[in-house]
Design a protein around this ligand. Structure first.
Ligand SMILES: Nc1nc2c(ncn2[C@@H]2O[C@H](COP(=O)(O)OP(=O)(O)OP(=O)(O)O)[C@@H](O)[C@H]2O)c(=O)[nH]1
Ligand SMILES: [Mg+2]
Length: 334
């Protein structure tokens, strides 16, 4: 199941206590302090796992603790450092610290690249052993410290898929059919609305070495930005796409107005999306007489004021022009 939201608790390991100890030697009442320091507690660290695309496991697994440091020992032995604990996240996870009322305090990490690592909770420092406190005035200190507790944090996880190209369209426009022909993704396809209930991503291979990532999200309807239909919950997944593909079913009336409605929903959700590079894809051209296609394109292109907005007619079912679409998207993505 695709889950893009979770809350977890992380805690660094406790530092090991410092040791109080004196070397035992015959005839020496205080044979020199030799209590070692405790080891530091382990950290909780976020890393990326490119194979995960959902936060579902964090709906079950909600507590993560770094390992505790071992206490120091006599003979100046240091305690072992606690083990770091690594939590794996899908690319595109944004991690916020929240307070007890679930209010966001700050952004801790935005995991947008595979090498990214972020410390979510630091382990506590190990306590110092009494050997450390020897001074000219105190040759036999008994002072030794307790290990510190690790940091505790409550975190909110929000996943925003990291796709290059996002498919935007009304329900039934053929978005899932398109992604299933262009990639190995297999979302459900059916002739009714809201077939796709969760985002799906696929890798589109352009040639042997080049590819880009495409995201299919559930259909958008008028009012989506106010929560209508499947609402805004999935719009966040196209926020970071480099290209938006507006998929229109060519058999529907008022194509330009439909495009405008979609764009209005997106920009009402996030005004930056109005400037995002886009393409209009007229799908299902197999359903109109071939000779009429130019006229369809003319009607919509006359109303478009942006000279850079390209219109590409395709048929996701027959595969017509899908290569052209793939290259056009790749030109923008790269
Ligand atoms: N004739 C024809 N039918 C198509 C084409 N593309 C999609 N369809 C059909 O249109 C219907 C809807 O396709 P989907 O891919 O499920 O549409 P969607 O946009 O993903 O729909 P939602 O998930 O509900 O938003 C299915 O019956 C498809 O077979 C096309 O190019 N030509
Ligand atoms: Mg679909």
């Amino acid at each position: 199941m695709f889950i893009d939201y979770a809350k977890i608790r992380v805690q660094g390991g406790k530092g090991g206590d410092g040791c109080r100890s004196f070397r035992r030697e015959k005839h020496v009442p205080h044979g020199g302090p030799d209590g070692g320091c405790g080891g530091d507690g382990g950290d909780v660290i976020a890393i990326v796992d490119p194979d995960i695309t959902t936060l579902i496991q964090y709906n079950y697994n909600k507590h993560f603790e770094g390992g505790d440091g071992n206490p120091g020992q006599s003979s100046n032995k240091y305690g072992k450092t606690g083990e770091d604990v690594f939590i794996k996240f899908p690319l595109g996870t944004v991690i916020y610290e929240i307070d007890e009322n679930d209010k966001r305090i700050r952004k801790i990490a935005d995991i947008s690249d595979e090498s990214e690592k972020a410390i979510l909770a630091k382990g506590g420092n190990g306590g110092r052993g009494n050997a450390v406190f020897v001074s000219t005035t105190n040759q036999a200190p008994t002072r030794h410290e307790q290990g510190e507790s690790g940091e505790v944090r409550h975190l909110e996880l929000v996943l925003k898929l990291m796709a290059d190209a996002g498919l935007v369209g009304f329900p039934n426009a053929g978005k899932s059919t398109l992604i299933s022909h262009l990639s190995a993704a297999h979302p459900k396809i059916a002739s009714y609305q809201f077939t796709t209930l969760q985002p799906c991503i696929g890798v589109v291979q352009v040639d042997e070495i080049h590819s880009f990532v495409m995201a299919d999200i559930p259909g958008i309807i008028e009012g989506a930005h106010n929560g209508k239909g499947l609402g805004i919950q999935f719009l966040k997944h196209i926020e970071r796409n480099k290209v938006l593909l507006y998929i229109l079913d060519i058999t529907q009336p008022e194509l330009f107005e439909r495009y405008q409605t979609l764009k209005h929903e997106l920009t009402s959700y996030n005004k930056n999306l109005s400037k995002r590079k886009s393409l209009i894809v007229l799908n299902k051209i197999d359903l109109i007489p071939a000779g009429d296609l130019d006229e369809y394109i003319k009607v919509i292109s006359e109303k478009i004021t942006d000279p850079n907005l390209e219109i590409i007619p395709v048929s996701a079912v027959t595969g017509k022009n899908l290569d052209k679409l793939k290259y056009a998207v790749y030109e923008i993505v790269k």
